[in-house]
Design a protein around this ligand. Structure first.
Ligand code: ARG
Length: 460
């Protein structure tokens, strides 16, 4: 975070104390300015990794001799180096990553060597294998970043454990709660998302390599060996299943990501609302806010808004993946190529979200006085009062509810809008015939936000 200097070349920011976070700008600018990489360029390192395993397996099966094996491994390592330097660029005329790599090897070592690498394999099992490797990596990356987010959330949940806050239902005051408990609820949802991701990694822990076009092969390959080389627990169980169901892992992961984004979007909306002038519960740090090209006073929550729209797009991504993978004739269908683009675009948009949320959470300013003030407004303590009456007098719940409802009606008629008034409570007793003998002092103490807050258990 850098302090801002006066700037004449930016559209906004002179009312800010800090310059915007780079990550946030990257996220908010998004595909407005950043290009989307071709999906197969993302698969290059995975395809190289797979080819290395394939070469080792073919050598073990005596399909490649020592020299061919050495040449191909040397070529693949060289290719990896080129890719790292950004010097291996895919030629669209060669269709995809698989043909580009085979072509490069054949050009270098001749077709008699390069032309052997695809023995007993098809692009059908090749692409599914690349995708499994890529998706597994993405799962691990996402788990780690949600874990970091959860650390920030837990820290904040503890920090604001004793901060009184109005709890809402239907956007209306409901009951008194703790701001920490609200933050902790998101920590628990995200923990479930992490578990969901871990379960997926376990569920799809098998290698598709060796299923060939989708029906196995007459070549004497060893898919169990390849599976181990690639770090999978085992090989596929049925070649038709693994090829026909391309897109299933993608859809399952997209669903889990979508679930995470649904949780994240609820956190985003809560912060957006809590930080409005109307609520005034908290303020986002300047370096996690954005300005306006026209309005000088603006400090907007753009990043939070874009998390919400990413969740919306993710919902439609899940639906698209499910649509593409249904109703196909058993076997490979080119329709499934689209699943690659959809899941890749989704994952690339989600990448920064946990980091940004964690930055936002760690840098908010909370205004406890405003929160406490609101936690005493709009009859928010009525349920607490009613429950204290039940606790202390044994009045049946339904009778207590009738009595407090009538008391509220009377209080409003008598000009009160925040707390139930004792005289009105007495009038309600006369009117309803429900008698409740409690002192005026208890009646008001029980309605106090602090009193109710201290009765509640916010342990986590
Ligand atoms: N690029 C293709 C894809 O992602 C590779 C598989 C092509 N297979 C085929 N039978 N045409 O689906």
């Amino acid at each position: 975070m850098k302090k801002t200097k006066t700037s004449h070349d930016k559209l906004w920011g002179n009312a800010f104390t800090e310059s915007p976070e780079k990550l946030m700008m990257e996220f908010t600018s998004s595909h407005d300015v950043y290009p989307i990489n071709p999906a197969d360029s993302v698969l290059i390192p995975y395809d190289i990794k797979q080819n290395i395993a394939q070469v080792k397996m073919l050598y073990k099966q005596k399909i490649l001799n020592k020299k061919e094996h050495n040449n191909l491994l040397e070529g693949l390592n060289q290719l990896y180096g080129l890719w790292e330097k950004g010097e291996f660029v895919l030629d669209p005329m060669l269709e995809d990553v698989h043909t580009n790599i085979e072509n490069w090897l054949s050009k270098k070592y001749g077709i008699d060597v390069g032309g052997k690498i695809h023995t007993g394999r098809s692009r059908n099992d090749q692409v599914v294998t690349d995708m499994y490797l890529y998706l597994h990596d993405q799962i691990q990356y996402t788990i780690k970043s949600i874990q970091l987010l959860n650390k920030s959330l837990y820290k904040s949940a503890k920090k604001y454990q004793d901060t009184i806050c109005p709890g809402y239902t239907h956007h209306q005051h409901a009951v008194v709660t703790s701001l920490g408990l609200i933050l902790h609820s998101f920590n628990i949802s995200f923990k479930r998302d992490i578990k969901g991701l871990q379960d997926l990694a376990q569920k799809y822990n098998y290698s598709p390599l060796g299923s060939g076009v989708g029906y196995g092969t007459l070549i004497n390959i060893d898919p169990t060996f390849s599976a181990k080389e690639l770090g999978f627990e085992r090989k596929f169980k049925n070649p038709i299943d693994v090829i026909s169901n391309r897109g299933e892992f993608e859809a399952a992961l997209a669903f889990q990501i979508c679930q995470f984004l649904n949780h994240a979007s609820s956190l985003a909306q809560t912060f957006i609302l809590f930080s409005t002038t109307e609520f005034g519960f908290l303020k986002l740090a300047d370096h996690y806010s954005t300005g306006s090209s026209a309005m000088p006073q603006k400090k907007n929550p753009d990043a939070l808004e874009l998390i919400k729209s990413t969740a919306s797009v993710a919902n439609s991504n899940v639906s698209a993946l499910m649509q593409i993978t249904k109703g196909n004739l058993i076997g490979y269908n080119r329709d499934t190529q689209e699943t690659k683009h959809i899941v890749y675009h989704l994952l690339s948009k989600v990448e920064l979200i946990p980091k940004i949320l964690s930055g936002i959470i760690e840098t908010i300013t909370v205004f406890p006085k405003v929160l406490e003030n609101q936690a005493n407004k709009g009859f928010i303590n009525s349920l607490g009062l009613m429950e204290m009456i039940i606790n202390e007098t044994g009045l049946p719940m339904r009778k207590a509810k009738i009595l407090i409802e009538l008391s509220i009606k009377k209080s409003v008629e008598n000009g009160f809008s925040d707390k139930v008034d004792f005289i009105s409570f007495k009038e309600a007793q006369q009117l309803s015939g429900i008698i409740c003998d409690i002192s005026e002092e208890s009646f008001y103490v029980w309605q106090d936000a602090n009193f109710q807050f201290n009765q509640l258990d916010f342990n986590y």
